[in-house]
Design a protein around this ligand. Sequence first.
Ligand code: PLP
Length: 395
Amino acid sequence: MLELLPPPPTDPLWDLTYEFGSDERAERLNLVLGVYRDHTGRTPVMAAVREAEIRLAERSESKEYRGLSGNAAFNRALLDLVLGPQGPSDRAAAVQTVAGSGALRLLADLICRTRPGTTVWISDPAYVNHRPILEAAGLEVRTFGWCDAEGGFDAAGVLRDLAGARRDDVVLLQGCCHNPTGADPVPEDWAALAELAARDGWVPFVDLAYHGLGDGLEADLAATRLLAERVPEMLIAVSCSKNFGLYSDRTGCAIVLGASAQAVRHAETALQNAARTLYSMPPEHGAAVVTTVLEDAGLRDLWRAELDAMRARIEANRTDLAARLTALGWQAQARSLARQRGMFSMLPLTAQEMLRLRREYAIYGTTAGRINIAGISADRIPCLARGIAGVLAGR
Ligand SMILES: Cc1ncc(COP(=O)(O)O)c(C=O)c1O
């Protein structure tokens, strides 16, 4: 049977990561994957997470099945965290998922079960896995622009493109720290998007993967909360991979907001049914850790402080890179970099120039120009700036 399989495409990001693994140059720099690294280049276990794990190991209650929605306390804690204490959690339900990717897939399945062939709009460019996940679930995908010529958020263009979205279409928006561009709407832009959704009847589908790493936890959640207030129905995919550092524990949840308690109950059951046929139940460990952190005031404060420190380091890296590019004579490029938010920066380089950056300077970003600004230690920023300036000078 397997002899019949034609060569399948491989994942471009992981391909680059493997290529990096066999690069023997001492100065090589891997900025491909979206993983936070501290100043020593490590991806640390957060202290709040470590303490929660110790407490859990001491308690070591049971590893019995949790049920199709996963850990109920985790789901409640994430509803509270995402929607806020005053949020509409009375018309919402959360189902624990296999991280943010699992939430995106379950919610895509929910859309398809509700109305097969629904059109989902994604930004162009989008997170590399958005289109594949939506299409794998059987949905139609259309795109709307995201950036202007300088790489900033193009409010007028986005509103113009989304005027084409029909009632009951779904629009996938990243709640903060847009991957890959780092270009985010300001609060007035979010208000305009919420108004458009309410007026035209499309359903916002918010992907939250980097909350806490842009402008701070509350600020990064503000757009999601605003949309939740303004529209009757909404879908939210939440990842705990980056902001709890639980990448390999695969922790996240899918949230649905509906106009009635019955609609929410039905949506929750549909999500459980989808999970049942995909992987049955999500893994417990990460969810137990997050719940332990969020339910304990001391651990929660510790986590918030660590998250703030991570955000400050990312911001310091970005500011330093922009200052160095300015000093090397690339002011316009530096200005557009400085405006970006979150873990990623989009370099103003073509695919060919990204290849040169890799070949001549051993600096690995994606072919589209994305680098993980959180993946570099402060002492390597001068070499990153020199590499970018060197490639720009070769134009
Ligand atoms: C925008 C966005 N959404 C979702 C995810 C999925 O994250 P995970 O499945 O690791 O939680 C990522 C990961 O990089 C992402 O960048």
